[in-house]
Design a protein around this ligand. Structure first.
Ligand code: DAK
Length: 260
């Protein structure tokens, strides 16, 4: 499938998905969100792909937010539909059966910061700037930001970030736990690809179930989350990956996982 605003490249088990609207700093309009959802669905069905890296085209921006010009024209009902499309697309990233690494190569503002937060792991370039400027536009974060930011940092910090609309540099974003790593811009993709390669070499079903255990567990009380973890632990015992992983360890060789 080809898209107007999304690029997809595959390198073995690692796919790089690029939001490609650099003239408007990769702002998200309806078409881009729809295409992003289609690309995520395609990657979910692609058994060759084990890890996805999500980034923005150009050198200035990951995603500078929802497309403000597009939002200016929306009726309240259309705005509701736009917010639901964004939430659905971002949830499809969060629930994708493979890890998604956000390579934040510049501005990640509003919907862009929310998009990064829907990914599993965030790596920022030194020049990245993150924030939720919506209230400055008389809006609220509409793509899950009030909820994901609160879970990722803490309620007090999330409120400060959302109320003030302040923009944060990459070092501050790392200090508060919004991003995991900060690297020079020139090294961002190679850093993410190396991490993706390390993950791709592990048992794919085990990685998938680990993602599920963490995501599902966040919505459960601790006891239920432990039971869920134990259930998923039981599930991995039905996989050939478990046989291969354990045999490889005992035979002192590298495991070759089939993802089954
Ligand atoms: N939307 C549309 N165009 C954008 C854009 C955006 N978010 N951000 C930048 N652009 C466009 C600029 O208009 C400019 O276009 P031209 O003038 O060249 O035609 C081009 O990208 C380059 O931008 P600048 O010339 O402004 O570049 P600078 O380096 O000077 O400034 C900047 C970079 C990122 C500081 C600045 O562009 C900026 O402040 N951008 C807006 C950032 C922002 O406020 N983002 C949050 C958007 S609000 C909801 C659903 C979703 C949301 C809310 C509610 N519901 C439906 C309820 C989410 C809201 C948001 O994300």
């Amino acid at each position: 499938m080809t898209w107007n605003n999304i690029l997809l490249e595959k390198d073995g088990p690692v796919a790089v998905l690029t939001i490609n609207r650099p003239k408007v700093l990769n702002a998200l309009n309806e078409e881009t969100l729809t295409e992003l959802g289609q690309a995520i669905e395609q990657l979910g069905n692609d058994s060759e792909v084990r890890v996805v890296i999500l980034t923005g085209a150009g050198e200035k921006a990951f995603v500078a937010g929802a497309d403000i010009a597009h939002m200016q024209k929306l009726t309240p009902l259309e705005a509701r539909g736009f917010a639901r499309l964004g939430q659905k697309t971002f949830s499809s990233i969060e629930n994708l059966s493979k890890p998604v690494i956000a390579a934040i190569n510049g501005f990640a503002l509003g919907g862009g910061c929310e998009l990064a937060m829907a990914c599993d792991i965030r790596v920022a370039s030194e020049n990245a700037k993150l924030g939720q400027p919506e209230v400055g536009l008389g809006l609220i974060a509409g793509f899950g930001g009030t909820q994901r930011l609160t879970r990722l940092v803490n309620p007090g910090l999330a409120k400060e970030i959302l109320f003030t609309a302040d923009i944060y540099d990459a070092a501050t974003a790392q200090r508060i736990g919004l991003v995991n790593h900060v690297v020079p811009a020139a090294d961002l993709l190679s850093f993410c690809k190396k991490m993706a390669g390390r993950i791709a070499a592990k048992g794919p079903v085990a990685v998938q179930l680990t993602k599920e255990a963490i995501n599902d567990g966040l919505e459960m009380d601790l006891e239920k989350a432990f039971v869920h973890e134990a259930d998923l632990f039981g599930v991995v015992f039905s996989t050939t990956d478990r046989d291969e992983g354990i045999a490889a360890f005992l035979e002192k060789r590298k495991a070759d996982f089939a993802g089954k």
